[in-house]
Design a protein around this ligand. Structure first.
Ligand code: FES
Length: 112
């Protein structure tokens, strides 16, 4: 099941980090418009997802990033960082994903 934001909903971008704040292969937690968001750097490309696991809401930014996948620190379920897709049990519900914009060294995340 996809939880990707509705493409028709207006999206507002918020500057949340500098690109240098997230090293390749790393993840950072940010609080944004009442949401908990995980910002990832995958080989110099940035992605943002919900920071709460869809299984039992563990904070994914405390998990382990490898090869474009985030592993939950609580029960080790996995998600594709680029798409939010749940990849392994016990996770069955996809993560919400958010668009990312880079302007110079400023990194913005869009939420509707
Ligand atoms: Fe993430 Fe259970 S809370 S796999």
């Amino acid at each position: 099941m996809s939880t990707t934001p509705d493409a028709a909903a207006p999206c507002q971008f918020h500057a949340v980090l500098r690109t240098a704040d997230v090293e390749p292969g790393q993840v950072r937690h940010v609080a944004l418009a009442g949401r908990e968001v995980a910002v990832f750097n995958i080989d110099g490309e940035f992605f943002a997802t919900s920071d709460r696991c869809t299984h039992m809401r563990a904070r994914l930014s405390d998990g382990y990033v490898q090869a474009g996948v985030i592993e939950c620190p609580l029960h080790f379920g996995k998600f594709d960082i680029r798409t939010g897709r749940a990849l392994s049990p016990p996770c069955k519900i996809d993560l919400a994903v958010y668009p990312v914009r880079i302007d110079g060294d400023s990194l913005s995340v869009g939420v509707s």
